[in-house]
Design a protein around this ligand. Sequence first.
Ligand code: NAD
Length: 324
Amino acid sequence: MFHGKQVLITGGLGFIGSNLAHRLVRSGAIVTLIDSLIPEYGGNLFNIAEIAGQVHVNISDVRDEHSLRYLVCGKDFLFNLAGQTSHLDSMQDPYADLDINCRAQLSILEACRKYNAGIKVVFASTRQLYGKPDYLPVDERHILRPVDVNGINKMAGEWYHILYNNVHGIRACALRLTNTIGPRMRIKDARQTFLGIWIKLLLEGKPFEVWDGAQLRDFTYVDDAVDAFLLAAESQDANGKIFNVGGDSVISLHDLANLLVDVNGGGEFLTRTFPPNRKRIDIGDYYADFEYIRTMLGWRPAITLADALRRTLDFYRKHLDQYI
Ligand SMILES: NC(=O)c1ccc[n+]([C@@H]2O[C@H](COP(=O)([O-])OP(=O)(O)OC[C@H]3O[C@@H](n4cnc5c(N)ncnc54)[C@H](O)[C@@H]3O)[C@@H](O)[C@H]2O)c1
């Protein structure tokens, strides 16, 4: 399907984008990555060290309409993953989040409409759109009630994609990802995912902090998330659709911390109350109903949570210095 195809990945030096790039290179696709490498975000050139000679890298910003116009031309697929992903940052600097997660998404789609209307687009959306769930598991019919600026801007970004599919015929669909974990995620600090900082501290032999601990979550291993992106790109039935992507199990953060320590073969953590600035935008318990993507696209998670943690720890044991 992807062999010989021209593929563009925005956010391609980030966590999920670079894992997608590895898979696409293996499939024989001709892959171009766009990434701004803004230091506080998840982009890292080491993420593509193994495929560096096999991908085109364009260090540019998706807010730059001129470079996008050039970059979308001639592409068969666009995996649109560039994003400001910190919920807390979106509350402290709402305009940067607005520009990247909302306005730039519109200009990406405008570039497609004007210069390459035949492209197929898959957008990386998020479970953050749902806010605090009214019921569990959360399916795609759940009301959207974001608890932070990031959720609102990602919602607009998602719906621009669906609108351009429905009105302009630019084939597009969206995946609402839950916590995605695996090699190449940012672990430097807690800006993006708490699991990153847990892993870093664990591997440094220091205790990590679990806030509250009772919250329930699901996790997708990054290879499973990549499968979902590829299935969505291949399927014409997916056009105009929005799919939840979930995990193989539901676990409290306290049990997750214990599992991580077990898989690591040792380590310590402390349980603390939630810092107030985080508590205000916390979504409580969440786990996804992913029946829709299972029945429509045949996707289901293949990697267990314990395996996902094992593979992730193995990666950072080898490459910790590249990520801290
Ligand atoms: N990882 C998760 O758990 C998760 C969950 C839900 C949704 N998502 C979504 O998936 C996408 C990828 O997330 P990720 O976890 O790989 O994050 P990431 O931060 O590792 O990757 C995002 C990439 O986008 C790049 N980027 C940011 N702003 C840019 C800009 N203006 N121009 C060009 N590049 C820019 C960053 O440099 C980074 O490399 C994001 O859109 C995110 O909202 C991720």
